[in-house]
Design a protein around this ligand. Structure first.
Ligand code: PEP
Ligand code: CO
Length: 448
């Protein structure tokens, strides 16, 4: 099948906005195509190498961030807090779980959202659904919901400045393990977690002191002083992805330079549709979300189409079945796929299969169900002798109240306090750190 960065336009496509002014759209696309790439191919290849190790069970992928980034809530503090919580989780997983961690943010481009319905109804008024800030506006009025192509440019520039700050935090001393005690977000109500994290940071500091005393020059050791945080988002809005897809001058290959890693959502993974076709032609690591109804033959077709050379590190299947359905459906699928010898990095998204409506109508997720799905995911892999390679989360670095439960104990009644998401409910920083301690235990068990 011939491929070019615009050949997806000949395929059936789901979940796209209908732009009213096609000339304006074209001019935005042309403009975006001339702007610099956000990431470069060499970095993408490094991530692929790291993901190849996670595929083989030698490391573990931590992927997380907002459900949807927002234009309105965009500021340095929220980026810093997201960065901090990712670092905290990674250090917990590395130190308590004894696994090297590959860190990938859902950040600097996670703007477009698939929706279960094209329309939204409120107080007897029916309007087109909100599709993410890169497409239309969250406000519930007719004008706000009109798709505006200029939003792609705004998303691009926001991604560029976000990435700039993340790169500065990663390399400029902030991620230095000597500074680890400063990463604690210090929310008041989580004394147990604070204690656990402080204990861990003390142990790390002691280990660093020990290495220094042995004469190891840790001040000049990049793995101690710097970190690597890669970026990812759902490659949903294909005009945007196409415009940022470029030929790498070194290899002559196409890379989607809007992020290091891109994924295809559960609603757009049809084998003959545009999204699978588009991502089949770029060399980035690719994720595909798979829900409770996926079949093993669909998975094998996805492997053939997206990873014909069976390269480890290329394909990440993100299982999001729900804490009960994963037990019923995943073991059989894993057994059948395993027989075919495909290199797949399996990770668990314990968020999207566990969304419920609280009695007061808030869309929420129970912390215990999230945890239960992760446990089941590890358990099933253990039975099949395969690797649980990663975790994919929707979380915030802030103290939001969107998921119920956890040590912080958000209840249905307290959801309203800080329910700030424009889309799906996220773990707050406490819940994310708590989850990391629990996953660290599961990782430790793998080594037994
Ligand atoms: C998401 O990750 O925000 C998402 C929409 O996921 P899924 O495609 O699994 O529903
Ligand atoms: Co979501």
């Amino acid at each position: 099948m011939s491929w070019n960065r615009d050949s997806w336009r000949n395929f059936n496509i789901k979940q796209q906005p209908v732009y009213l002014n096609l000339e304006e759209l074209k001019s935005v696309e042309e403009n975006l195509s001339t702007l610099p790439p956000l990431v470069f191919a060499g970095e993408i290849r490094s991530l692929k190498k790291e993901l190849a190790k996670a595929t083989m069970g030698e490391s573990f992928l931590l992927q997380g961030g907002d459900c949807a980034e927002s234009f309105l809530k965009y500021n340095a503090n929220s980026i810093k807090n997201m960065f901090k919580v990712i670092l905290q989780m990674a250090v917990i997983l590395t130190f308590a779980g004894s696994f090297p961690i590959v860190k990938v943010g859902r950040i600097a481009g996670q703007f477009a959202k698939p929706r279960s319905s094209d329309f939204e109804e409120k107080d007897g008024k029916k309007l087109p659904s909100y599709r993410g800030d890169i497409i239309n506006d969250f406000n519930f009025d007719a004008n706000s919901r009109i798709p505006d192509p200029n939003r792609m440019l705004k998303a691009y520039f926001q991604s560029a400045t976000t990435l700039n700050l993340l790169r500065a935090f990663s390399r400029g001393g902030y991620a230095n393990l000597h500074e680890i005690h400063r990463w604690n977000l210090g929310f008041v109500q989580r004394t147990d977690l604070d204690e656990k994290f402080n204990k861990l940071t003390n142990e790390i500091t002691k280990a660093l002191d020990f290495m220094s005393a042995c004469g190891i020059d840790i001040k000049n050791t990049p793995v101690i002083n710097e970190t690597k945080l890669y970026t990812s988002h759902e490659a949903l809005l294909l005009p945007y992805e196409e415009a940022l897809t470029r030929v790498d001058s070194l290899t002559g290959d196409w890379y989607d330079c809007s992020a290091h890693m891109l994924w295809i959502g559960e609603r757009t993974r049809e084998i003959n549709d545009a999204h699978v076709h588009f991502l089949s032609g770029v060399k980035n690591p690719i994720g595909v979300k798979v829900g409770p109804n996926v079949t093993s033959s669909e998975i094998l077709e996805l492997c053939d189409r997206l990873n014909p050379e069976n390269e480890a590190g290329r394909l990440n299947l993100i299982v999001r079945m729900g804490c009960e359905k994963i037990k019923q459906n995943f073991p059989k699928i894993l057994k059948e796929v395993k027989k075919e010898g495909r290199n797949i990095l399996w990770s668990s998204d314990p968020m999207h299969g566990n969304t419920v409506k609280a009695s007061n109508d808030y869309k929420t997720r129970e912390f215990d169900k999230i945890l239960e799905e992760v446990r089941n995911f590890f358990e099933i892999h253990k039975s099949e002798g395969t690797h649980p390679g990663g975790i994919h989360l929707e979380m915030s670095g802030e103290n939001v109240t969107e998921c119920t439960g956890g040590a912080f104990n958000v209840t249905e009644e307290t959801l309203a306090k800080r329910y700030e998401t424009q889309c799906d409910p996220r773990l707050n920083a406490d819940q994310a750190v708590e989850l990391a301690f629990l996953v660290a235990n599961l990782l430790k068990d793998l080594k037994k």
